[in-house]
Design a binder for this molecule. Structure first.
Ligand SMILES: NC(=O)c1ccc[n+]([C@@H]2O[C@H](COP(=O)([O-])OP(=O)(O)OC[C@H]3O[C@@H](n4cnc5c(N)ncnc54)[C@H](O)[C@@H]3O)[C@@H](O)[C@H]2O)c1
Length: 428
């Protein structure tokens, strides 16, 4: 029997051992769904802390509760390890490692390279390898394929390589890894067939595409679409501000159109591991082909300027009250990059705090999800949201509109509020 048919039959019988490389926001929920489908999962992570925590039944990813993790560990459906040599054991390996930007905003695929080398060192005939990390088109073919080919195995026959972008939206309880359709594109049609069959039991709908580059671009289009539309609506917020029109009223009224309009909302900028990062991957790739992605670049600029706009609003509000930013006490509500999660990566709140402090403000923060964090060597601790804390602030700034924040209390006790999310009004 061919390796392809063997893997497909194993998937049908749920006899697949799945390897997951990188057990973070993406890898752990994927591991959970694979175990739910009846597979066994071997998780590999270079972080001893992550592996030890998981093996002790403690989840570090909010979307997977300790109970869910413990149900995976029970019955030996899941095991986590730091031993790369164990990557020889799985039938399929999904790579879910970070793809950040370098200091100069270029793609940093060093994690993908390291993960590929670990897989390559342990690879055996009959395995499938799937890249899940968001990256520029061409990465799988240009970075992973040569490494795997150098083992002497024939991809599409002895070994199967595909790209399948993770679409997880942390904190979203409606759309999870299982019910969000999953795009799969293989190096060869046989690779697509095998990987589709492997994921089918765990994911409700698989969308097979004709090439690996298509699959890579799907993810970049999705996130660039968000970045561009957020950029547009942020610009609309600035336009409305200058015209003295309420942007939220404009958006809500526009959203009554039943077709041809999709509602996006302005805010303090964009954050997280995807929207501020992924479009740069595409722009970088295209620069190498002598093409400047104007739309993408402009959206990135607009979004990254929003913290300046909001800090200016704080300055104007304080000024109207006869005060300067310098020496004023500003209480920032919410520092996570979006509501109801603990993730601080690329959060615009960090820029806002930095900008306010650069102007001499004394900044404290409250975030029900982020008890403490260290940035630029400074450790900060969330202050309790009390009447005293609100009254002591010259200005309260709503940056992230967590559901757990008591806006009634904010409305009642704050002297001045700059609300980047319209949270106070929506909460009326
Ligand atoms: N977080 C999201 O919302 C999201 C959504 C969709 C796609 N993505 C993409 O998925 C990828 C992973 O993101 P994430 O948020 O899960 O990252 P993460 O930082 O939460 O997790 C990555 C994990 O990989 C581990 N790791 C790093 N190098 C490794 C290596 N060489 N071998 C084994 N493990 C290694 C880290 O220790 C960490 O535990 C990124 O490309 C990201 O763009 C993320």
């Amino acid at each position: 029997m061919s390796f392809a048919d063997d893997l497909i039959q194993k998937a049908e019988r749920r006899e697949v051992l799945f390897g997951i490389v990188g057990l973070g926001y993406v890898g752990l929920p994927l591991a959970y769904e694979l175990t739910r489908a009846g597979y066994r999962v071997l998780g590999y992570d270079i972080s001893r802390r992550v592996v030890d925590g998981l093996m002790a039944g403690r989840s570090h990813v909010k979307d997977i509760s300790d109970q869910q993790l413990q149900s995976m560990l029970a019955g030996d459906r899941f095991v986590a390890t730091t031993e790369a040599s164990r990557l020889r054991e799985p039938d399929a390996v999904s790579i879910c490692v970070p793809t950040p930007l370098s200091k100069f905003k270029d793609p940093d695929v060093s994690y993908i390279v390291a993960a590929t080398n670990a897989v390559r060192a342990a690879v055996r005939p009959g395995q499938a390898v799937i890249l899940e990390s968001t990256t520029y088109p061409g990465t799988t073919r240009e970075v992973m394929l040569p490494a795997l080919k150098s083992t002497g195995l024939t991809v599409g026959q002895d070994l199967f390589l595909a790209f399948s972008p993770e679409r997880v939206d942390p904190g979203n309880v409606t759309w999870t890894t299982r019910n969000t359709p999953k795009v799969v594109g293989g190096i060869t049609p046989e690779c697509t067939r095998v990987v589709t069959a492997l994921y089918q039991p765990a994911i409700e709908r698989i969308v097979a595409v004709s090439s690996i580059e298509t699959a890579e671009l799907v993810k970049l289009l999705e996130n660039t679409f968000r970045s561009v539309n957020i950029g547009l609506v942020n610009e609309m917020a600035i336009v409305c501000d200058k015209l003295g029109v309420d942007v939220w009223e404009v958006i809500d009224a526009a959203a009554t159109k039943p077709f041809g309009f999709m509602k996006f909302t302005p805010g303090p900028g964009v954050g997280g591991h995807c929207i501020p990062v992924d479009p740069h991957y595409l722009a970088w790739k295209m620069r190498g082909l002598n093409y400047k992605t104007r739309f993408i670049d402009l959206a990135g600029e607009l979004n990254s300027e929003m913290p300046h706009f909001w800090v200016q609003k704080v300055a104007e509000s304080l000024n109207n009250d006869g005060r300067a930013v310098k020496g004023s006490q500003v209480l920032v509500l919410g520092v996570a990059y979006k509501k109801d999660i603990e993730d601080l990566r690329e959060s615009p709140a960090l820029d806002i705090i930095r900008l306010l402090e650069a102007q001499g403000a004394r900044v404290s923060y409250h975030d029900p999800w982020v008890g403490r964090f260290t940035e630029d060597g400074v450790e900060r601790v969330s202050v309790p949201l009390t009447r005293q804390a609100l009254q002591a602030a010259d200005c309260v700034m709503v940056v992230t509109d967590h559901s757990a924040i008591d806006y009634g209390q904010v409305r009642e006790h704050a002297r001045m509020v700059v609300d980047t999310r319209n949270a106070l009004r929506r909460n009326l």
